[in-house]
Design a protein. Structure first.
Length: 361
């Protein structure tokens, strides 16, 4: 091997290593590792979905997450996009369970697939593809939500045109059919943040809150808008009073929750985690990344990753959930408690979070 070729290969290796370090990546996980859990609760059922290799796996609990059924595969994608908030999503559209995930024969041809179950997760439909331009959802970052009346929405980072836009599709029949894709937000600067996941919150009667990270004048801040049946109801509103000047993508979105009649948001700026209501100043609640949010019975629950540990804020108190976890999520339960889930040592761990009455924000 020539000295010139050796130097070129060394430089390439160092460049790839630097890119991986810059985006917080770690060596590829085992193909048998359970990854990227998501939770939803409805009535007496708590449901969880996660990825393992090429499979989308589903579990259900009838005791608030104390125990779960054996995982069952509801679908397989040869190139299943997982990691950094990619992976499946789950929601209840009335009594129908919806699960979405992005993948395909190859990463370059990945689409947004959606499965339905009308019998509590015992059987599942064949998947439908939600994005109507093939491979336009190949970035792999999306959100999906639904309400008790059977209205559902999906939004994703779309690459059908130069730049990254937020596209969406909507359903009024519990995910059986989906609308033609439409632009939810297009940044005047030509792109929104290219690899931060969006968030969706069902507000009822077909209305949804959508949160995403925008790019505006070098700032990468979170924005919120409302949409109903595919119609944009409000302009995109920047969240918080501060801004994050950043020449790059943090690969981190945030969380949404409904508390009383209002909306709460949680997101990262720099090394800190903030909680904010639209139009109000943000409140720092901790330091870290990968925050998720839920609210129930007057209590606000937030979970996040702080230097490899999973922390939870229940009302105003911080507690440690894990010393070696990643990518936490949280869902409110019908009894006012919440259930957190996260990756740990190739498995999914869960913990019930409870606050005494009167501890809510």
């Amino acid at each position: 091997m020539s000295e010139e070729l050796s130097i070129t290969r060394t430089m390439l290796f160092l460049l790839l290593a630097a890119c991986a370090a810059g985006f917080g990546q770690t060596p590829p996980p085992s193909p048998t590792a359970d990854r990227q859990p998501q939770l939803a609760a409805h009535g007496h059922m708590t449901a969880m979905v996660f990825g393992r290799g090429h499979e989308i796996l589903f579990q259900r609990s009838k005791d608030g997450g104390a125990t779960f059924s054996k995982p069952v595969a509801i679908g397989t994608l040869p190139a299943f996009l997982l990691g950094r908030h990619r992976g499946p999503r789950i929601a209840f559209a009335g009594d129908t369970i919806l699960v979405s995930a992005i993948g395909g024969a190859t990463v370059a041809s990945a689409d947004l697939h959606l499965w339905r179950s009308a019998d509590g997760g015992k059987t599942w439909s064949r998947p439908v593809i939600v994005n109507d331009v093939p491979a336009s959802a190949r970035e792999g970052l999306h959100a999906m939500a639904a309400d008790a009346s059977g209205n559902a929405a999906a939004v994703w980072l779309d690459l059908r045109s130069p730049g990254t836009r937020l596209y969406g599709s909507f359903s009024s029949d519990a995910g059986a059919t989906w609308s033609r894709n439409s632009i939810v937000f297009e940044s005047p600067g030509g792109t929104i943040c290219q690899c931060c996941h969006p968030s969706l919150l069902a507000l009822g009667r077909g209305q949804f809150a959508v949160m995403f990270r925008n790019v505006a004048g070098g700032d990468r801040d979170m924005y919120l808008l409302r949409v109903q049946n595919g119609e944009i109801l409000s302009g995109a509103e920047k969240l918080g009073k501060g801004s994050w000047q950043l020449d790059g993508c943090p690969m981190d979105g945030g969380g949404l929750a409904q508390s009383g009649n209002g909306i709460l948001t949680a997101w990262r700026r720099g090394e800190d985690i903030f909680l904010a209501a639209p139009g109000e100043p943000e409140e720092k609640i901790g330091s870290g990344k990968d925050v998720a949010l839920a609210a129930g019975d007057g209590t606000v629950y937030a979970v996040w990753n702080q230097a490899g540990e999973i922390e939870a804020r229940v009302a105003s108190r911080i507690q440690l959930l894990s010393k070696a976890g990643a990518f936490p999520v949280v869902a409110a339960l019908p009894d006012g408690a919440a259930l957190a889930a996260w990756e740990e040592d190739g498995t999914i761990k869960t913990q019930r979070l409870v606050s005494s009455a009167g501890d809510g924000k």
